[in-house]
Design a protein around this ligand. Structure first.
Ligand code: GTP
Ligand code: MG
Length: 148
């Protein structure tokens, strides 16, 4: 089954939005298979966002991402990489629609409360990076009500 890496960023943790963000993924029907609170080092932030290393906001992004605890999660489900990005909303909250996490909960692109993997391949990389110990596989009793 497809998996994605979702993180509540330091601003989301500080603002007490962890439960709200988890609730939206749970309510959708995705299955939580990994969950941890951690404080990334700057080096971990740089590696996580290495695709953006040429951007002018890279330094600030990595400083912000490593400034406080984040909640790293792995969610599983049919099409969860794309579906998870739909729940998050557009990168810039100025463009994210109401009903999405960013559309409902934040204002500034530099403080957009959450991260979600952008492709199946990057999800696999990010999960291996943040959850080297692996995730937890289990049967969810409501799977027959969520999938045909
Ligand atoms: P993530 O889920 O965090 O990876 O966001 P994304 O995939 O929607 O966007 P992208 O990977 O391109 O950018 C990563 C993060 O960098 C964004 O979530 C923003 O917090 C930040 N970012 C992106 N573009 C800008 C920008 O133009 N200015 C600033 N200050 N931050 C930006
Ligand atoms: Mg991204």
């Amino acid at each position: 089954t497809e998996r994605t890496f979702i993180a509540v960023k330091p601003d989301g943790v500080q603002r007490g939005l962890v439960g709200e963000i988890i609730r939206r993924f749970e309510n959708k029907g995705y299955k939580l298979v990994g969950l941890k609170l951690l404080k990334p080092t700057v080096e971990q932030a740089q590696q996580h966002y290495s695709d953006l290393s040429s951007k002018k906001f890279f330094g600030g992004l990595c400083e912000y991402f490593s400034s406080g605890p984040i909640v790293g999660m792995v969610w599983e489900g049919l099409g969860v990489v794309k579906g998870g990005r739909v729940l998050l909303g557009a990168t810039n909250p100025a463009d994210s629609l109401p009903g999405t996490i960013r559309g409902d909960l934040c204002i500034d692109v530099g403080r957009n409360v959450c991260h979600g993997s952008d492709a199946v391949e990057s999800a696999e990389k990010e999960i291996a990076f943040w959850f080297p110990e692996g995730v937890v596989s289990y049967n969810n009793h409501s799977e027959g009500q969520i999938y045909e």
